[in-house]
Design a protein around this ligand. Structure first.
Ligand code: 13P
Ligand code: SF4
Length: 310
């Protein structure tokens, strides 16, 4: 199907079916452009909690679809590609996490939203990269805390909050891959550029950054600062919205190690396409389903997050 017809068909179907299309900033530009809402993980969860649509199409990765379903169990939650997983969520097996939590019964469990529903069911409060610092700061300084699964975000939050949380040893294969050498070269070639980095990056990248934060925070900084040039160390999908909102500014993606291409793409996020989005709206599949026992446990830490991030 021609792209224009595809877009017209997606528009027809979403209106007929009272469906809402939600896209993460790491989606391709054409998916972001057609979405009803584009945002970071927190914004997508907040939207899923309040939408009145009958169908939610979550263009992101599996855990984002699960979060929407956990919050809106009576709605149909669809994803364009059921195989769009997340290496960070995969780095935290629920049985192993349960054993870790069980070995520290006096600890409060904080989990990053990049986790399966089964891990969320073992959690006291969920966080995203937007609100992790704010939520951790609400616990007493000497509170015993577990943070999983991202060791880079966890140690960054330990540093910014003066905490000593026990960290799960997980990571995102995309954010771990930024080349420090290339970043240093880019900084030399663009001495006035500000370095924007996601906290899932390794500490050595974060030490070279001017701004560290969620995709939304990095975007907001690019929009509101007087700076005109940026080196961006997160998944390159965010450059679409940055460039759209700031057409006169220059955004340069920081490349990964071992790549001839300048961009660092998440292969899971990029499984979603306009064609798959159209097919999933048309056939109402693949659909996210969650065991009700797990969902009922997993919703509590997500609602707690939404409350604590107000
Ligand atoms: P955000 O919290 O910025 O949406 O990050 C989500 C993510 O998957 C980062 O890799
Ligand atoms: Fe998961 Fe990393 Fe992809 Fe984000 S960029 S969805 S953390 S694999």
């Amino acid at each position: 199907m021609e792209k224009e017809t595809l877009i017209a068909e997606i528009n027809r179907l979403r209106h007929e079916k009272n469906a809402v299309i939600m896209a993460h900033y790491y989606q391709t530009g054409d998916i972001q452009d057609i979405a009803d809402v584009v945002g970071d993980s927190l914004a997508l969860a907040q939207w899923a909690a309040k939408t009145t649509a009958d169908i939610l199409v979550v263009c992101g990765v599996h855990f984002m679809g699960e979060t929407a379903k956990i919050l809106s169990p009576d709605k149909k939650v669809l994803v364009p590609d059921i195989n769009a997983g997340c290496s960070l969520a995969d780095s935290c097996n629920a049985d192993e996490f349960a054993a870790f939590v069980g070995a520290h019964p006096d600890h409060t469990v904080i989990s990053y939203v990049n986790t399966t529903a089964a891990v969320k069911a073992l959690t006291d409060v969920v966080v995203t990269s937007s609100n992790a610092q704010k939520i951790v700061e609400q616990f007493p300084k000497d509170a015993k805390l577990i943070f999983g699964p991202d060791r880079n975000l966890g140690s960054y939050i330990n540093k910014t909050t003066g905490r000593d949380m026990l960290l799960w040893n997980g990571a995102c294969h995309v954010h771990e891959q930024f080349s420090v050498e290339r970043l240093v070269e880019l900084k030399q070639a663009h001495p006035h550029a500000k370095v924007l980095a996601h906290p899932e990056c390794k500490n050595v990248v974060l030490t070279l950054a001017d701004v560290i934060g969620s995709t939304q925070k990095l975007l907001d900084y690019a929009i509101h600062s007087d700076d005109t040039e940026f080196l961006v160390a997160t998944e390159s999908g965010i450059l679409h919205e940055m460039q759209k909102r700031c057409p006169q500014k220059n955004f340069i993606p920081v490349p990964p190690i071992d790549s001839t291409c300048g961009c660092n793409n998440c292969n899971f996020m990029r499984l979603n396409t306009l064609d798959k989005l159209y097919n999933c709206l048309l056939h109402e599949t693949p659909e996210i389903t969650i065991d009700e026992n797990i969902r009922a446990k997993a919703v509590r830490p997500i609602l707690k997050m939404l409350e604590m991030s107000k």
